[in-house]
Design a protein around this ligand. Structure first.
Ligand SMILES: C[S@@+](CC[C@H](N)C(=O)[O-])C[C@H]1O[C@@H](n2cnc3c(N)ncnc32)[C@H](O)[C@@H]1O
Length: 243
């Protein structure tokens, strides 16, 4: 099985369950979604690419903010759920971020939003260079990913300075646990990939959860107030470095 079909079939196997849970799950609803939306520049009238759209939660919000939205996901099932949710209000493509985004013209996108998706990719530079190609000069890339230190806890004897593949078995989505794998990379590798691909980091955020989480999920709230699980970056499209 190729890497591509693996990534697609992973979420295909539990797409509806994931989307239903992510709607209210504390980590998404009270932590990642508000943090990444706060990091975006104004999206009104802007063409935003939602890269790794899952069931289209961010895309639906972007449309409410009067953005023009193109969404993509490698999972056919996720794409179907997003199309059902958004109808004809957005272009939704089944596409793999490891491949060229041939359906997007050079300099046609104002903002790329990629929420909790880039850690599924082993190599970031081809994807970031494709984001660079489709963005207008000065366009923004805003993304969230697992915090590299938080992910260290999943690998016993792990080497922080290496990019490591982590495999997990997620319970509660289907009758049997779902096997999911992703990559943890050091902060230096994240910054190097951005610089190599022509992006300048404007802001790095280690978010704090919303106050509501303290009442709804006090233990998770207490933990997230001390240990960030996710890392968010806003970067600006600049010149590609000279070869
Ligand atoms: C954790 S979910 C993202 C959550 C989503 N942004 C939200 O708002 O709920 C990760 C998504 O990335 C997608 N994905 C994983 N690898 C991908 C790839 N190579 N290309 C495009 N999408 C990918 C998955 O199918 C899944 O829908």
């Amino acid at each position: 099985m190729s890497n591509s079909s693996q990534a697609g079939s992973t979420y295909d196997g539990f797409a509806e369950a994931y989307v239903a849970r992510a709607e209210t799950n504390a980590f998404n609803a009270l932590y990642e979604r508000p943090a990444i939306r706060a990091l975006l520049p104004s999206v009104v009238g802007q063409h935003v690419l939602d890269a790794g759209c899952a069931g289209g939660a961010h895309s639906a919000w972007l449309l409410e903010q009067e953005a023009k939205v193109t969404a993509l996901d490698v999972s056919a099932h996720m794409v179907a759920l997003t199309r059902k949710r958004l109808g004809t209000r957005a272009q939704v493509h089944q596409a793999d971020l490891r491949e060229p985004l041939s359906f997007l013209e050079e300099g046609s996108v104002d903002i790329v939003l990629s929420s909790l998706t880039l850690h599924y990719l082993e190599h970031w530079e081809p994807t970031l260079k494709e984001f660079h190609r489709v963005l207008v000069p000065g366009g923004r890339l805003v993304f969230s990913t697992h915090h590299p230190l938080a992910d260290c806890r999943w690998v016993s004897g792990g080497d922080y300075l290496q990019t490591e593949r982590i495999e997990q078995h997620w319970e509660g989505f289907t009758e049997t646990p779902v096997r999911v794998s992703f990559y943890r990379r050091p902060l230096g590798a994240i910054f190097a990939a951005l610089a190599e691909s022509g992006f300048v980091v404007e802001q790095l955020v280690e978010p704090r959860p919303l106050q509501e989480m303290r009442e709804q999920e006090p233990e998770i709230h207490a933990r997230l107030m001390k240990e960030p699980w996710f890392l968010l970056i806003r970067a600006s499209r600049s010149q590609l470095p000279r070869a």
